[in-house]
Design a protein. Structure first.
Length: 388
């Protein structure tokens, strides 16, 4: 048996929706994105949504909206996909990494508080939070918690610290559409949030992303920035500011709208697959299953990530699984240990011990909403024999 790492869940409804767009002359800037945005805002329990061509583009525009300028600081965690930190660099801001909670892999709110406090004091107290190559202590402008693997970060203490120190809160909700924190939707917690729709996410548009916010003026800004810096009332080819081409085309928007109509079903299927894994892996002493915090009132399963415990070794387990047709991936590889970040910022192993420990033992297993129970059986049987 050869098991895919992930698969999108596409039905005739999606195929019909995309085909219908192809029968019209409007392939970009049309009714599909408007409808998709309205549905996305309603689903996320926020007032506004702006479609963009990737989650990464969305995060970039949020850094701009948060007012990040060259040298400004953004507090975030290194246990994430590289796009979250890269979005800070696009605006020439500086990431202030703080370590994560071991149970969930989400940013540790007590470290966010400590960092914010020290950064406000300045001098040596502030410097110890900065990358080694940083020359000056910039202004802390934003906090970017990541809802890792579809589980919301512990937002209330983060929101409180951000309010105290005048920082914007941007949720990297790229892995967490539909998740809930104490009954509140991911995406409705901070100043703005971004969902991503790459084919391995809970729902897909091929490539694409969606920014959500309750700030009216941010919506206007996002619409301008994604469309080459044109303002709504600009004449043709009049550009008010430096913008980008981050538009989401009509085919992708139609696909997204069809997927969003099925989102609760898509999430329920993924939860069922996660449940099958949980049952079958419960008695394996060398594995730790995903931990769900009490504040997580709804998990939006993006990936199923286990921790391989000593004396078993993650890389050996991964290689042996691969040999029997079961793909698996280290997830995440810490951002601060990526070659580019080491070189540019002087990060090294030892800087963020919890993130590094998780990076060393975390293994994402094949996972999607279209996975069949026999496939989960097969993966678990192989995992069991590899660990024996
Ligand atoms: C998927 C993802 C993104 C953005 O991804 P795109 O491929 O640009 O859509 C950002 N952050 C995290 C944590 C992600 O998982």
């Amino acid at each position: 048996m050869q098991i895919p790492m992930s698969s999108p869940d596409i039905t005739e409804a999606e195929i019909a929706a995309v085909s219908a767009v192809l029968r019209t002359p409007v392939l970009s800037i049309g009714p599909q994105i408007v409808a998709f945005e309205e549905a996305a805002a309603a689903y996320a329990h926020v007032r506004h949504a702006a479609g963009v061509n990737s989650g990464t583009s969305g995060l970039h525009l949020c850094m701009h909206a948060a007012g990040v300028q060259p040298g400004d600081l953004v507090i975030t965690s290194p246990f994430s996909f590289i796009a979250s930190a890269n979005s800070i660099l696009y605006e020439r801001g500086l990431p202030v990494f703080v370590d994560v909670d071991r149970a969930t892999g989400n940013i540790d709110p007590s470290l966010v508080a400590e960092a914010a406090h020290d950064l406000a004091r300045g001098g040596a107290a502030a410097r110890r939070w900065l990358p080694r190559t940083a020359e000056t202590v910039g202004t802390p402008r934003a906090v970017m918690p990541i809802h890792a693997f579809g589980q919301p970060a512990d937002m209330d203490p983060i929101l409180a610290v951000a309010a105290d120190y005048g920082m914007a809160v941007i949720e990297d909700a790229c892995e967490a559409i539909g998740a809930e924190y104490k009954g509140r939707r991911a995406g409705a917690l901070g100043d703005a949030a971004v969902f991503a729709f790459y084919p391995n996410k809970q729902m897909t548009t091929g490539e694409g992303g969606m920014i959500v916010t309750n700030h009216d003026e941010w919506l206007t800004l996002f619409r301008s920035l994604r469309n080459q810096g044109r303002d709504v009332f600009d004449a043709w080819l009049n550009h008010t500011r430096l913008g980008y081409n981050y538009r989401l085309d009509e085919l992708s928007a139609a696909l997204g709208l069809a997927q969003l109509r099925r989102i609760d079903d898509l999430l329920a299927r993924r939860a069922q697959v996660a449940g099958w894994y949980n049952e079958r892996l419960a008695d394996l002493a060398l594995l730790e299953r995903p931990a769900i915090a009490p504040e997580t009132t709804r998990m939006s399963w993006f990936v199923y990530v286990v921790r391989v415990l000593a004396p078993a070794e993650r890389d050996t387990v991964m290689a042996r699984l691969g040999a029997v047709g079961v793909p698996s991936r280290p997830y995440f590889t810490p951002i601060h240990l990526q070659p580019f970040y080491r070189e540019r910022f002087g990060f090294r192993r030892g800087d963020f011990p919890v993130t590094e420990a998780l990076g060393d033992c975390s293994l994402a297993l094949p996972f999607s909403g279209v996975m069949r129970e026999e496939q989960v059986d097969y993966v678990c049987a192989q995992l069991r024999s590899v660990l024996a």
